[in-house]
Design a protein around this ligand. Structure first.
Ligand code: SF4
Ligand code: SF4
Length: 245
């Protein structure tokens, strides 16, 4: 589906879609969640997330930790996948593509035949999130170049290097400290705040660029690139130059 495709959905606030999900978070999602919760990004990561800030946390009973009395306690700063629901977003070589997701069983949402995907996205306040995804994606080519410059593929088999980087990036525990990943999600020390109190993505991205350029460990850069790619809705392969995939 494209933005002009006919689509409409009215939420019935049943809270059923806020359960039993795997929801990837991008750095901008964490910033917005922190703003809505009135917490630092570090506190937000500790309270609301798993995998170093890159996954939304769910309770043992399947409910999202942000769900309170059936409503989202951080609604103003809910992450992009929650805003898009019941649409999903895929990135193709031609750009964004939207797909309809399976509705939650018993959902009180109502589909209708008026409106478009574009008008639905506008109502959900999605555009700043999509803009942020595009801005953070500009880091991936830089990371690919840095991996290429640092890794010695005469000594390390590319497939093994990839495997270790993906495992390190996607582990939920037992991973090594990675300064780039720390910076990506716990952005407060690096982003600062604009005059209106909003965290600055441009300052955050500039500091990340510097950290990537200064880093001398190929595996550290590769693990950070994989996690960034996945958090932005790309495949892990986008962390690696085409000849290494
Ligand atoms: S963040 Fe809010 S909207 Fe998203 S799953 Fe959790 S409670 Fe639901
Ligand atoms: S399942 Fe549909 S109706 Fe229920 S809270 Fe989620 S979006 Fe709203």
């Amino acid at each position: 589906m494209r933005r002009a495709t006919i689509f409409s959905y009215r939420c019935g606030c049943c809270g059923l879609c806020c359960r039993d999900k795997v929801i990837a978070l991008a750095p901008y999602d964490v910033m917005r969640m922190a703003q809505a919760a009135g917490l630092s990004t570090g506190q937000t990561i500790a309270h609301f997330t798993l995998r170093r800030g890159s996954l939304l946390r769910f309770n043992r009973d399947g409910s999202c930790v942000a769900l309170s009395s059936g409503l989202c306690s951080i609604h103003r700063g809910r992450p992009l996948p929650c805003r898009l629901y019941p649409l999903g977003l895929e990135w193709t070589p031609e750009g964004e593509r939207f797909v309809t997701l399976e509705p939650a069983a018993g959902s009180k949402g109502v589909y209708a035949e008026h409106g478009t995907v574009g008008s639905f996205l506008d109502r959900q306040g999605v555009q700043p999130y999509l803009d942020a995804v595009q801005c953070y994606r500009t880091l991936l080519p830089l990371m690919r170049d840095r991996i290429q410059a640092l890794a010695d593929f005469e000594k390390t088999e590319p497939a093994e290097f990839r495997r270790v980087a993906v495992r390190e990036a996607l582990a939920e525990s037992g991973y090594d400290y990675n300064p780039i990943i720390e910076m990506m999600f716990d952005s407060d020390p690096w982003s600062g705040f604009e005059a209106d109190g909003v965290r600055s993505t441009s300052r955050h991205i500039a500091r990340l660029r510097q950290a990537i350029q200064d880093n001398r460990d190929a595996l550290e850069v590769a693990a950070a690139a994989v996690l960034l790619a996945v958090s932005l809705g790309c495949t892990p392969q986008e962390a690696f130059a085409r000849r290494l995939r």
